[in-house]
Write a protein that binds this ligand. Structure first.
Ligand SMILES: Cc1cc2nc3c(=O)[nH]c(=O)nc-3n(C[C@H](O)[C@H](O)[C@H](O)COP(=O)(O)O)c2cc1C
Length: 333
């Protein structure tokens, strides 16, 4: 399988908010030849961020990156990321400006926005990004676009044309079949979120990981985190809690709701209110069953918690085998 952007493989481990893709997960993916992405906190914290990046560097000598959600304060964080010269700056939910791309390139950092429609992709191409992640509506976590991957991805591939900008597919990909399907549609890489939450190294709470194995269904909703991140729908597991509250009236949100638990997120202790958009991490205590649990539409295909390096390896091996079986013989059968 061909690598992208100087990495061995075109396999991206999505940044997983708020702190699910920590140094251990990112290093495991990097060591396996994939593109591991840390998740930057949603508040300015340059010193903490520097430590986070340095800790990851102690766990791998391979390049890795970090994702920043532009909807939250980020100027100092991005300055720090560029100073620390990670390999990749992934951006989501905001303006991927010319100035930002130029600054990153000056620091030797590659820029990869995640987009959810053709217009956003067009803007990204115009400012000279290094690759584009195309997120389909199947995706777990927050979902920026409305279209499914099968229809959106080839349109972005056509838009990019002959330019040297790899297009990376995100949404509902968990195995070699999804990888090959994305390649067939013109992608050069794939970006997986949910599959990497369900790994040994992810910082997700064991109960959340277990539910990814147990549950098969997801729903696109805006029940969680309405006040903190308005207008940002998400795809979640259809847990009994979600089923009970799926028709939450539009005027309700997490503010003034009861506190249902506590988490330490990037070193800061936080109260978790009902309908908060925060998924449970390793430190979370309280009523975990009632917390948001993000998952993509292919969650039903995830059958076990695996080491992250094995996820990367199986994707490559399965895709190679599939291509040999299904496509190399195509002219003779
Ligand atoms: C728990 C979780 C947290 C996520 N957090 C982020 C994030 O902080 N930034 C981002 O760009 N995407 C985030 N995503 C979305 C991924 O980038 C990606 O689009 C998605 O996971 C792909 O779909 P899949 O989960 O079916 O693989 C998150 C996804 C999940 C499951």
């Amino acid at each position: 399988m061909k690598g992208i952007l100087g990495f061995e493989y075109g396999i991206v481990q999505a940044p997983l908010g708020p702190d699910i893709s920590g140094p251990e997960l990112v290093a495991a993916v990097a060591n396996a030849g994939g593109i591991g992405l840390l998740r930057c906190p949603d508040w300015e914290c340059p010193d903490y961020l520097r430590e986070l990046i340095r800790k990851t560097k102690t766990l791998t000598e391979k390049p890795f990156g970090i994702g920043v959600v532009l909807a939250f304060p980020h100027d100092l964080n991005i300055k720090t990321i560029l100073e620390e010269k990670v390999a990749v700056l992934q951006l989501y939910w905001g303006d991927c400006s010319q100035e930002l791309v130029d600054d990153a390139h000056f620091a030797g950092v590659k820029v990869i926005p995640q987009v959810g429609n053709v217009e956003e992709a067009r803007k990204a191409v115009a400012v000279g990004v290094d690759a584009i992640i195309v997120q389909g509506r199947e995706a777990g976590g927050h979902v920026i676009g409305k279209d499914g991957l099968f229809s959106l991805l080839p349109r972005v591939v056509d838009l990019v044309g002959e330019r040297d900008i790899p297009v990376i597919a995100a949404g509902g990909i968990v195995d070699g079949r999804g990888y090959v399907a994305a390649l067939s549609l013109g992608a050069q890489g794939v970006c997986l979120g949910t599959r990497f939450v369900a790994t040994h190294e992810s910082y997700a709470h064991p109960i959340y990981k277990r539910k990814l194995i147990e549950y098969e269904k997801t729903e696109y909703t805006d029940v969680f985190g309405r006040a903190r991140w308005p207008g940002a729908p998400q795809r979640v597991l259809e847990t009994p809690f979600f089923d009970d509250w799926r028709s939450l009236p539009a005027h309700e949100n997490e503010v003034n709701q009861p506190i249902i638990g506590r988490s330490t997120i990037h070193g800061v202790e936080k109260e978790i209110r009902r309908f908060s958009g925060t998924v449970p991490n390793m430190t979370t205590t309280g009523d975990l069953e009632s917390m948001a649990m993000y998952a993509g539409q292919s969650v039903g295909l995830i059958k076990e918690i695996l080491p992250a390096g094995e996820v990367v390896k199986s994707l490559v091996e399965e895709a190679q085998a599939l291509i040999l079986q299904k496509f190399n013989n195509a002219t003779t059968t």
